[in-house]
Design a protein around this ligand. Structure first.
Ligand SMILES: C[C@](O)(CO)[C@H](O)COP(=O)(O)OP(=O)(O)OC[C@H]1O[C@@H](n2ccc(N)nc2=O)[C@H](O)[C@@H]1O
Ligand SMILES: Nc1ncnc2c1ncn2[C@@H]1O[C@H](COP(=O)(O)OP(=O)(O)OP(=O)(O)O)[C@@H](O)[C@H]1O
Length: 319
């Protein structure tokens, strides 16, 4: 039996500027992605023998994919063709002369439907793992193309670190960052649908008669990243989806306020939410802030992480 394990990070959006809805239903973005040290792992193996308790295999074009999920909110992750990692394996197989199949095991730490691109991360990890397992050796650009078809956040999960995404968020330019930034994430009860948050954003803008102008990556934000200046970065964080996420999930306003009161350098909803992200000045300050948020009881649970970290990468086999 041969297996390949890939570790892949979550993301937080440092700037998420959302344009008007396009004809295809998507929105043009200026999306400053930042990969943080909260990781899922995806193991791809060629052991295709059925095991008791297996979900039915998803078969397409002669390729059979079985998936199992462990860890954070595993019961909320689909085990059928709706699983993004399964879709990734099948998309790669279609491109690669249809290998017989793969068994995927996903170990989740990234919150499900939390605005931290957990499903996208698993899709990116499955691409890298299956590419290695099947000995395809596809070029990064080819994996990036397949990733972009799977979802707007998937290419960034391959790339990692910090990058500006335009278009749907799939066209990426890496950003130079000095040092390491320390984050606290307040995980919420339940999740938010990304599509619903975008439509709520459109609805609120229309109701408020808001005109949406052209945007670019913020100069203060870029300078803060280049200088490794956490205080400046905290003041420059922007998320256009935040009002919509707060409208759909009212308790988040209190979570953000609690973090600000406890001295966070910046506080915002991560992507489409409902996870809230807080920037701290050091690892010690992040630990203290995490403790204070736990005590305040304003969320389901709290985790700390740092960024930037690299994108999906193979890790050595465990003995
Ligand atoms: C909110 C973010 O996580 C920020 O990085 C992303 O923009 C969402 O990326 P994602 O989850 O990979 O989203 P996709 O799977 O591509 O699209 C899901 C849904 O989100 C909406 N969507 C997504 C990306 C985008 N640029 N405009 C959109 O309007 C669309 O309704 C789409 O049907
Ligand atoms: N491998 C996967 N892990 C988690 N959810 C998945 C996966 N595959 C499919 N899904 C489905 O996708 C939905 C969104 O999950 P995900 O964790 O990717 O959300 P998200 O982090 O809010 O995404 P994003 O930040 O990219 O908008 C889930 O409710 C789940 O039904």
């Amino acid at each position: 039996m041969t297996s390949v394990t890939v570790r892949v990070p979550a993301k937080v959006n440092l700037q998420l500027s959302v344009g008007p809805p396009r004809d295809d239903g998507y929105h043009d973005l200026v999306n400053v992605f930042h990969a943080v040290s909260l990781f899922d792992e995806v193991t791809a193996s060629d052991d295709l023998a059925a095991r008791p308790g297996d979900a039915p295999a998803v078969v397409s074009g002669g390729c059979s994919v079985t998936v199992a999920v462990e860890g954070e909110s595993a019961d909320q992750v689909p085990l059928d063709g709706g699983n993004l990692a399964v879709r990734a394996a099948l998309a790669l197989a279609a491109r690669a002369g249809r290998p017989p199949g793969v068994r995927l095991l996903i170990r989740k730490t990234i919150p499900v439907a939390g605005g931290m691109a957990g499903g996208s991360a698993d899709a990116a990890a499955a691409l890298v793992a299956c590419d290695a397992l099947w000995g395809l050796g596809l070029a990064r650009e080819d994996l990036m193309d397949i990733a972009a078809d799977l979802g707007s956040d998937v290419p960034f999960a391959l790339l990692g670190c910090t990058a500006v995404g335009t278009g749907r968020g799939e066209r990426l330019v890496p950003v130079e960052v000095t040092g390491r930034f320390h984050w606290v994430f307040a995980l919420a009860e339940g999740g938010l649908s990304t599509a619903k948050v975008y439509s709520e954003c459109d609805r609120m803008r229309e109701a408020n008669g808001e005109q949406v102008g052209w945007s670019q990556a913020g100069e203060t934000l870029m300078a803060a990243l280049a200088a490794g200046d956490a205080e400046a970065l905290g003041g420059a964080l922007v998320n256009d989806l935040q009002p919509a996420a707060l409208m759909l999930c009212r308790p988040l306003a209190r979570t953000l306020e609690a973090g600000r009161e406890q001295g966070a350098l910046g506080a915002l909803v991560s992507g489409s939410g409902p996870t809230c992200a807080f920037l701290a000045g050091s690892a010690d300050q992040a630990a203290a802030l995490a403790m204070a948020l736990e005590v305040a009881g304003v969320c389901r649970s709290v985790v700390t992480a740092y960024g930037p970290v690299p994108g999906a990468a193979i890790i050595p086999a465990r003995p």
